[in-house]
Write a protein that binds this ligand. Structure first.
Ligand code: ADP
Ligand code: ASP
Ligand code: MG
Length: 250
């Protein structure tokens, strides 16, 4: 049985309708015979809204409290998705980063994953559950809740894919793949069908926020195959892999 990790970004879960649509897609992967781990971001602009509230109180919120606040966004999305999957007649269980065994260093706001203990989520997969994990968060070696930096759900997904030895890590977003430049800004940007980790790292480092830089570093280090695609269509997206053969270039 293949293990698939699917990550849905904020715009893909921005409303209850979108969460229902995501649940349908997750269930389709499960029906096709896969074991499915889903990583979710917070709904829409939730993270920005939570940050704005904290900054309305003080310009320099306590980093520990800020992390506690921000992780709540992903928690809302993951539980609503669990409820939506249940409503389609499938078993699902959701886990915070801490419950999923994602251990980080103590650097609040930009914590690095240093270990993953996937026992609990492997057990849930074995039971037949769709496993849902809150993106962008973990628990530190000092037992505090941490966040992984903006865009960190990508890194949660890739790190979990490595830990459960998934066959693929699908990153679902609001564009249908990686382009030569931001397709919302550069109108004649071209879609790239396959790209190497090295080239993707360069793109990400130069500001293409479609994948967090750390997620690409992690994928390269662990050889995780990443497929960036749209949650709004069934079109194939962009494969991020070790080596790209000449024929697959655009
Ligand atoms: P998500 O909420 O799904 O994590 P993000 O907003 O973090 O999505 O990333 C997707 C966005 O990245 C797209 O809407 C697009 O505007 C932007 N982007 C910037 N550079 C690129 C690029 N080279 N290829 C594709 N998307 C890009
Ligand atoms: N919700 C977090 C953010 O807005 C994490 C993510 O979306 O990847 O940065
Ligand atoms: Mg993102």
């Amino acid at each position: 049985m293949a293990i698939v990790v699917q990550k849905y970004g904020g715009s893909s879960v921005r409303s209850v309708e979108r969460i229902r649509a995501v649940a349908e897609r997750v269930v389709a992967a499960k029906r096709a015979g896969n074991e499915v781990v889903v990583v979710v971001s917070a709904m829409g602009d939730t993270t920005d809204d939570l940050l704005a509230m904290a900054h309305e109180i003080t310009p320099l919120p306590n980093p520990r409290e800020l992390d506690m606040l921000l992780t709540a966004g992903e928690r809302i999305a993951m539980s609503l998705l669990g409820i939506a999957i249940n409503a389609l007649g499938f078993a699902a269980s959701s886990y915070t980063g801490s419950q999923a065994g994602i251990i980080t260093d103590t650097s609040h706001g930009k914590a690095r994953i240093i270990d993953i203990r996937p026992g609990r989520i492997l057990g849930a997969l074995e039971r037949g559950d769709v496993v849902i994990v809150a993106g962008f968060q973990g628990v530190s070696t000092a037992y505090d809740v941490t966040t992984l930096g903006r865009g960190g759900s990508d890194t949660t997904a890739v790190a979990l894919a490595a830990a459960v030895r998934a066959d693929v890590c699908e990153i679902y977003t609001d564009v249908d793949g990686v382009y030569t430049a931001d397709p919302r800004v550069v109108l004649d940007a071209r879609k790239i069908h396959a790209i190497s980790y090295e080239e993707m790292l360069e793109l990400a480092a130069s500001g293409a926020k479609v994948l967090q830089v750390r997620s690409v570093e992690y994928a390269r280090r662990h050889g995780v195959k990443v497929h960036v695609r749209s949650s709004f269509s069934d079109e194939p997206g962009t494969w991020v892999v070790e080596e790209v053969s000449a024929w697959s270039r655009p």
